[in-house]
Design a protein around this ligand. Structure first.
Ligand code: HPA
Length: 234
């Protein structure tokens, strides 16, 4: 047990998928894993461990935003020996060629600040994905025929952003989408010698104002879970 995770030693797998929403962790575990067992419910941040094609996997909610994800990712790597962490979540599209339902596989994640940025002082650390996971996820997505974009994303501290000038600079510099967790996950994985990736579904679009209808969310979320699982065990 750790401060925020109630699992007993050995109940967390080396491979962990991390959706922001704990109920999505439950849905993904029930839908994709065999013999899924609840291993954490501290603060309602549900985590399940089960089997996928003979491989042991934990699906643990991270909560929204980098401070919340940082708590779970730190404890998973430091105390439970997690080695591979893949964020599965939604993001806002930022480029005209990025459509609703498309998948973004994040090669890098830019931030203004993150829970880790204090330790870097004058350095602008560049959080990046694990290359083997990234290339396996791209192959899995292409096999599925999912429209997929690979490149840089932005991890924001706010959902309700008030900086149109910053959005404009990101669009200008090719940032594909915005979410709120990946940069800290990549930084922590680097620190702990672990592998990390973020596979994201575009749920809304900053330029067009389009949003994914709620009835479509489950199917598109399912594709993303499968891409993450295939990448983890490629
Ligand atoms: N901003 C930040 N995070 C998000 C968004 C967004 O527009 N959409 C989904 N996650």
């Amino acid at each position: 047990m750790t401060v925020h995770i109630g699992a007993k030693p050995g109940e967390i797998a080396e491979t962990v998928l991390m959706p922001g929403d704990p109920y999505r962790a439950k849905w993904a575990a029930e839908t994709f894993l065999d013999n899924a067992e609840l291993v954490n419910e501290v603060r309602g941040m549900l985590g399940f461990t089960g089997m996928w094609r003979g491989n042991r996997v934990t699906i643990q909610g991270s909560g929204m935003g980098m401070p919340s994800l940082s708590i779970y990712a730190n404890e998973l790597m430091r105390d439970y020996g997690a080695q591979t962490l893949i964020r599965i979540g939604s993001c806002g599209g930022m480029q005209p060629h990025v459509g609703i339902r498309d998948v973004i596989i994040a090669m890098t994640a830019s931030t203004i600040t993150s829970p880790s940025s204090g330790i870097f002082r004058e350095l602008n650390f560049a959080p990046c994905a694990d290359y083997a996971l990234l290339s396996a996820a791209v192959a899995a997505a292409r096999n599925k025929g999912t429209k997929t974009h690979v490149g840089g994303i932005y991890s924001s501290d706010v959902f309700y952003a008030e900086r149109p000038d910053l959005d404009e600079q990101m669009v200008r510099h090719g940032i594909l989408g915005v979410e709120m967790e990946a940069a800290e996950l990549y930084t922590l994985a680097a620190r702990h010698g672990c592998r990390a990736l973020a596979v994201l579904t575009v749920s809304d679009h900053l330029q067009t104002g389009e949003a994914l209808p709620s009835e479509d969310r489950e199917k598109t979320f399912g594709d993303m879970v499968e891409i993450a699982l295939e990448a983890a065990f490629a």
